[in-house]
Ligand binder design. Structure first.
Ligand code: AMP
Ligand code: ZN
Length: 112
């Protein structure tokens, strides 16, 4: 289920514009508005939940699905030589949008 009060749900619903690079019935991948690497994509599940700790079994299957799709999506978008995935969780990690999302970073040699 999507939430009325969530930036990424609004992007999924098309109420807020984004640069989409991949979409199917389960997930959306779009460009991060403030890229931290030459390629910086965000993969979001089409279901609103905040944290890995909140996931039910169905949502865990969605994350597994996303992880199986991401390598080809990354490779098709400039990360042929590798990429890094980041999932910020909570305050200390600097999570700013509370809809689970996977950062896909690459397109260059990444520092730590
Ligand atoms: P996090 O800090 O892990 O919650 O990541 C949130 C990410 O969303 C940040 O990297 C932001 O740059 C990105 N972001 C915020 N608003 C938008 C937007 N309207 N379109 C695309 N990316 C966004
Ligand atoms: Zn949401």
């Amino acid at each position: 289920m999507l939430s009325d009060d969530c930036l990424f749900c609004k992007i999924i619903e098309g109420k807020i514009p984004s640069t989409k690079v991949y979409e199917d019935d389960k997930m959306l991948v779009f460009k991060d508005i403030e890229p931290k690497a030459k390629v910086h994509l965000l993969a979001v599940a089409k279901d609103h939940f905040k944290l890995l700790a909140d996931m039910n079994d169905e949502q865990a299957e969605l994350v597994k699905y996303m992880l199986t799709k991401i390598p080809a999506i990354a490779a098709a978008n400039g990360c042929e030589k590798g990429f890094r995935l980041v999932i910020n969780q909570g305050e200390d990690a600097g999570q700013s949008v509370f809809h689970l999302h996977i950062h896909i970073l690459g397109g260059e040699t990444l520092g730590w």
